[in-house]
Every structure is written in C-alpha cells, then in structure tokens.
Write a protein that binds this ligand. Structure first.
Ligand code: A3P
Length: 303
C-alpha cells in the first residue's frame, strides 16, 4: 500500500464500517473494555472536521478555574490531542489495558468512531455527554487531502482520487453521511446526551456556541465571568492563529508520521473553492443531496 502511518495496511471493514487496519485491534478493545462514567465528556468527529479546535475549547471551559492565569495554561505547552486523548489511537494502543478509572472527573476523551459502533457503556450511561462536531463535506475533503499530503510529506493521491473515495464512503471511520447522520439522529432523539455542533456555526459566532457548549457539558459561565470577558478570552486563546503560533504546535508529533503542525492549516470556511473542480462539486452535491434528503441537515457548496 502507498499509505504510511496509521493508514499503512489500508482499511478493514468491521461491523459495517471501514477502519484503518492498523488500529482495528484498538477499536475492538475500546468497544469491549471501555467503561463510561457519569460526567465523562466524549468528543466525537469525523477526521478533519474541527476536532483539534473542539478539544482546545472543551479543555479550556472545563479547566478555566484552575488556570485563571493564562500563562499557566497547559494549552501553551501541550498539543490539544494530548490534553484530550483519542481513545482508539492513543489510549488502547498497548497490549495492557490502561487504567482509566483513576483519571480525575470529568474525564475528557475523543473518538472518531461512528455512533452505531460506540461501546454500549457510553450509549447507556445517562450522564455521559457526547459532543459531536460536523463540518461541511467540501471542506472536509480538501482538509483531508492536505492532511494526507503533509503527514506523508508528499502528494501521492490526487484530489480526484480523494473525492472518489469520499463519494464511495470507503474511508477510515466510514462514510461521511453515515457518520454525521448517526450522531445527528441521536442528537434529535436524545438532546441532553448528544450535542451536535457545526464547524461553520462555531466559526461564525464562537462566543455564543461556547456558551451553549459550556451549558451542555455542565460548566456554564456565570454572569460575572461573562462580564469579565472570560468567553471572549477562551475563544481568542483557542483560535487557529493563537494555537498555530505556539512552539509546541509548530514542532513535535503526537502520533508517528503526523506532526502537530499538520493539525493547523487555514481553518477557513469555503477553502474548497480553491481546490475542487466544478465536476467534483457536482458529484459531491449529488450524493450529499441523496444521502441527507429528509434528514433536516443539508450541505450546499454555496454555504
Ligand atoms: P483546514 O485543513 O481546512 O485548515 P481536525 O482537527 O478534525 O483534524 O481538523 C483540522 C482542520 O481544523 C484543519 O482545517 C485545521 O486548520 C482546522 N483547525 C485546527 N485548529 C483550529 C482552530 N483552533 N480553529 C479553527 N480551525 C482549526
């Protein structure tokens, strides 16, 4: 296979979803052994949908009283993926099971796995909160292409090829639509358990979505904090420009083959116009229209 890093070995179809073969064992261990606890906060996303940003925001909301002085914030010295670990990439990658029970509550974890494949313990624990971030598929394709290019330091797959796999739904963590629709439906049926956020909404009005997020995870901002500008401060500290400029995020890796810096690129809504041809857009619009019809969710290239 041409791919390296976590995609070396290609994809494997398991329980109706394509996973990177290299981490399939971790995923099965996660499904079998993860014990959710009350107050756990699980961040879920499809890759390249704003995971890193959401990690920084949630970490900052939860820990704001501990690091009132920003100069002591771990965000300054630690990549967000180390502050909120990926369950399937970093927690279950050893032979021995990790002891997660001793982690201080609320435990913050993240995963890319689809709703249908989440461990029963997460689905069944009433007080575990799930925050899902979704991004428009046009930008997801483009961001994924850049990420693969940077991670391997060379471009071996064309954009055409990326769009083709995306439309077929043959990608790590399964098809975009199954992933998004799984969490979307659950957020409608169980709104106190699943919060569904859109990257574009977060970009457009970060502060009001930060309030929504803080309320949902049980860390609401007080009137006093609002007056003191705590929300604006968190949104500034977690902005792409702030995080991208930090030494820790310019150097180092948190997974083999992937530099911390490859998680911070442009962070723009609509960057796809610079990369997708009209025929690629048409192909994507057709399949997205079919898959999301009647769901209450829509993604047009113009938005
Ligand atoms: P682009 O490639 O479009 O720039 P993920 O974190 O899920 O891997 O997604 C990565 C995408 O989110 C990249 O998008 C990256 O630039 C963007 N991103 C990372 N940190 C961000 C932040 N703090 N604010 C906004 N976007 C961010």
């Amino acid at each position: 296979p041409k791919e390296q890093g976590w995609l070396a070995g290609g994809l494997f179809l398991y329980n109706g979803c394509w996973y990177p073969s290299k981490i399939l064992r971790n995923i099965i261990t996660f499904q079998r052994h993860f014990q959710a606890q009350d107050l756990d906060i699980i961040l879920v996303s499809r890759p390249k949908s704003g995971t890193t940003w959401l990690k920084a925001l949630i970490f900052s909301i939860v820990n704001r009283s501990r690091y009132t002085n920003y100069s002591t914030s771990p965000l300054l010295t630690t990549n967000p993926h180390e502050l909120v670990p990926f369950i399937e990439f970093t927690l279950y990658d050893k032979k021995e099971l990790p002891d997660l029970s001793s982690i201080e509550s609320p435990r913050l974890f993240s995963t890319h796995i689809p709703y249908a494949s989440l461990p029963v313990s997460i689905k069944g624990c009433n007080n575990t909160r799930i925050v899902y971030i979704c991004r428009n598929p046009f930008d997801v394709v483009v961001s994924s292409w850049h990420f693969a290019a940077r991670g391997r330091n060379s471009l071996e797959r064309s954009m055409e090829d990326f769009v083709g796999s995306f439309c077929k739904g043959i990608e790590g963590f399964g098809s975009f639509w199954d992933h998004v629709l799984g969490y979307w439906k659950e957020s409608l049926e169980n709104p106190s358990k699943v919060l569904f956020l859109k990257y574009e909404d977060l970009k457009e009005d970060t502060d009001s979505h930060l309030k929504r997020l803080a309320d949902f995870i049980g860390f609401p901002f007080s009137m006093e904090e609002e007056k003191e500008g705590v929300i604006e401060e968190i949104s500034k500290q977690c902005s792409l420009s702030s995080l991208k400029d930090l030494e820790v995020n310019k150097t180092g890796k948190f997974m083999p083959n992937f530099d911390n810096k490859s998680y911070f690129r442009k962070g723009e809504v609509g960057d796809w116009v610079n990369h997708l041809t009209p025929s690629m857009v048409e192909r994507l619009e057709k399949i997205i229209g079919e898959k999301f019809e009647g769901s209450g969710l829509s993604f047009q290239a113009s938005t």
